[in-house]
Ligand binder design. Sequence first.
Ligand code: GA4
Length: 332
Amino acid sequence: MGVLSQPVVDNFSLIKTCKPTSSFFTGIPVIDLSRPEAKTLMVGACQEFGFFKVVNHGVPMEFMTRLEAEAVKFFNLPQSEKDKAGPPNPFGYGNKKIGPNGDVGWIEYLLFITNPEVNNSHKSLSIFRENPEIFWSAVNNYVAAVKNMVCEVLELIADGLKIGPRNVLSRLLRDERSDSCFRLNHYPPCPELQALNGRNLIGFGEHTDPQIISAARSNNTSGLQISLRDGTWVSVPPDQYSFFINVGDSLQVMTNGRFRSVRHRVLADSLKSRVSMIYFGGSPLSEKIGPLSSLMEEGEESLYKEFTWREYKSSAYKSRLGDNRLGLFEKT
Ligand code: GA4
């Protein structure tokens, strides 16, 4: 893929920078979905990192390349055309502004709900009126395949945790009321970066994902970083053929803190465009998010107050990106 055109830079002094970090981290667990040890390795990875890479995932490469090409086509449109698909409140096209509370980054994106029955606002995005079918079929094929793969991951996790039923987690994503969403991100190259005394520009600031689990695929450009248990930031080597899975806040709560909702962020590159596509698997809005009873040891108490996904989500949308959103729900 070629380098995409750059959106006009009005003011990037608002966008944060960070110190350059070392080379690629080589310790990210790689899980082969076709191997019998996958479930055990996954549980270990969710406890230690809240993050792992999946290979042999069964999602056709063609779905990834087709959707990437559609995304590139969209992000290459003139700014005035893209703006017609915004603002993202919460779904639609966004440029630099992330969420409703003043966060900004070196990014433009499209955000969608994946269950149009829940909210079909995105169908009316004017930008797609002329030839929406090709775009939506690329999105729908990709999302359906990734959702299936993520459900398989959640079933392996249930097996690995030795809890039943096997679909105790995946049923939440398969539910037609599942409140899942999907985003296409474009991090344009930022040549001015070289002038920042070697500092890096933040594309998407550090945060944890509020949902149960997320699956990200990007082109071959680096930028994603995760925070390890000791707080150090490490760079994830890009791999366009694989998926990176993140544990979200909801799964941390459902495992009563056994799994770690991983803090992550994306840094902009001075020369290369980064395009990523992320599926966020969330539960139905009315679902109570709490520790799975089958997992709790005798006498073990929940670390969290009771809440529904609706309550957590509404609290998340009142927060800043980098806030510790679960903090409000921890028992004192
Ligand atoms: C982080 C995970 C997903 O990208 C997202 C983000 C959402 C947004 O971009 O609108 C949020 C962010 C995310 C967490 C806190 C709130 C909401 C921006 C923000 C400041 C789509 C999501 O569900 O939560």
